[in-house]
Design a protein around this ligand. Structure first.
Ligand code: ATP
Ligand code: MG
Ligand code: MG
Length: 406
């Protein structure tokens, strides 16, 4: 028997409303970039309403969000106005106005993760102070205010010396390396000078970079995704391999460090923990993102519950899904932008064409309003029965791209 709409209405009774999704709560997301877009994609499956706040009228999330308020997620009055229309507030970018979120929380607005967490994480120096106080292993670090102080740090930590800006960092824009004391002034200038707020980190001689996506529930319990390896090129995430091909002991240690770090914060949602694996088997924390992250994009195709769905579940207080992998292996490859019409732009399209012909490959295009050089514009995820097979498929896909483009 097929139930017609009329039958269903009868079955529900006159006063009952049909179920519209798992939640009637509107989730407000500060930011409408590719992460916001993928949150909306996950939300649509369960008819969860996600509303985004982003200054760009045609931001990646705008076309598929339940609603899009055009405005700055960094402007206090705008964020307060936005919050009135949402049942719970979350972020897809940590560079938001933490003071406004704190004020909203005092007024009873539900922010997940908590404003205190965003305040700590958006300042990388404060973040390091916080995690070192909680016993999380990390490279040594020190605030710097002038040339003399930086040279003292260089004497202490040796060279190369990693100089970082405390705030507004992403894709390595905010990092500069001094290879000798003579390099310091140019590196500091490149970051905008000491007044920008800088600190130094001891160079981490890593053999691999790893990452762990951690979901935190409203009751503070945490659940970890499998450890992945991240490979960076020019400071930008290039390739992610899941699971990381490292000994079991290292995976356990990385997961323990990630859990410890995220347990020290407040609020629900997805967190990403970037880690260094050193030659002697130590795990050091690089940084944490209080939101879905590039190192978790593979979860859309490779895990039972993606990081995006998990984030929605966590902020709504729904039961968390299974973070384990449903495929033996996955590789994520980032597509970076080049000047529109230029050879790079052409290559990105050729690469996507190749991906469409590759078994087990999924193409994600973020539909960014403008394509800029070295900015993430899409990604490709390969899933399959072994890492070896996927590495070979990726090589064919990328090599062909280079050959076709020459
Ligand atoms: P993201 O896009 O991940 O937010 P970011 O701009 O915040 O990047 P970091 O994660 O601090 O930058 O650093 C970018 C990359 O630089 C790291 O992934 C790592 O490859 C390298 N790096 C960072 N800190 C150190 C260090 N102390 N020693 C050696 N390499 C480092
Ligand atoms: Mg960062
Ligand atoms: Mg980073």
């Amino acid at each position: 028997l097929r139930a017609s709409t009329d039958d269903r209405e009868v079955a529900l009774g006159k006063d009952e409303k049909p179920i519209r999704g798992v939640s009637e709560v509107i989730i407000g997301v500060l930011g409408g970039g590719q992460l916001g877009r993928m949150l909306c994609q996950a939300a649509s499956q369960m008819a969860i309403k996600v509303m985004v706040l982003d200054p760009l009228e045609n931001c990646p999330a705008s076309g598929i969000a339940y609603d899009h308020m055009v405005g700055s997620f960094d402007d206090s009055a705008t964020v307060q106005e936005f919050a009135k229309r949402c049942g719970v507030l979350t972020i897809e970018i940590e560079h938001v106005d933490a003071a406004t979120l704190e004020k909203l929380e005092r007024q009873g607005v539900d922010c997940q993760p908590r404003a205190s967490t965003i305040r700590i994480i958006q300042d990388k120096y404060l973040q390091k102070v916080h995690f070192s106080r909680h016993g999380v292993p990390l490279p040594e670090f020190m605030q710097i205010d002038d040339l003399e102080g930086t040279k003292r740090a260089g004497d202490l930590y040796g060279y190369p010396l990693m100089i970082k800006s405390k705030r507004l960092a992403y894709d390595g824009r905010g990092n500069a390396v001094a290879r000798s004391p003579e390099d310091i002034p140019a590196a500091v200038d490149a970051l905008g000078g000491y007044e920008r707020g800088l600190y130094v980190e001891k160079w981490a001689p890593f053999v691999k970079e790893l990452a762990v996506i951690v979901a935190r529930e409203r009751n503070n319990s945490v659940s970890c995704y499998p450890v992945v390896e991240t490979i960076h090129k020019d400071n930008i995430c290039h390739i992610v391999k899941a699971p990381a091909v490292v000994p079991w002991k290292i995976r356990k240690l990385a997961t323990d460090v990630a859990c410890k770090a995220i347990s020290s914060l407040e609020g629900a949602g997805i967190f990403a923990v970037e880690l260094f694996l050193t030659e002697d088997g130590q795990i050091l924390l690089n940084e944490v993102a209080p939101r879905p992250h590039n190192s978790g994009h593979h979860t859309i195709e490779s895990c039972f519950t993606s990081q995006f769905e998990q984030h929605l579940r966590a902020v709504l207080g729904l039961p968390l899904g299974d973070p384990s992998m449903r495929t033996p292996a996955a590789i994520m490859y980032n597509i970076l932008g080049e000047d529109e019409g230029g050879p790079g732009f052409h290559l990105a399209h050729q690469l996507m064409g190749r991906a469409l012909e590759t078994p087990g490959a999924s193409v994600h295009w973020y539909d960014k309003p403008e394509i800029r050089k070295q900015r993430k514009v899409g990604h490709i995820t390969l899933v399959g029965s072994s890492m070896g097979i996927l590495e070979a498929r990726l090589k064919t896909m990328v090599d062909t791209e280079a050959v076709d483009g020459s």
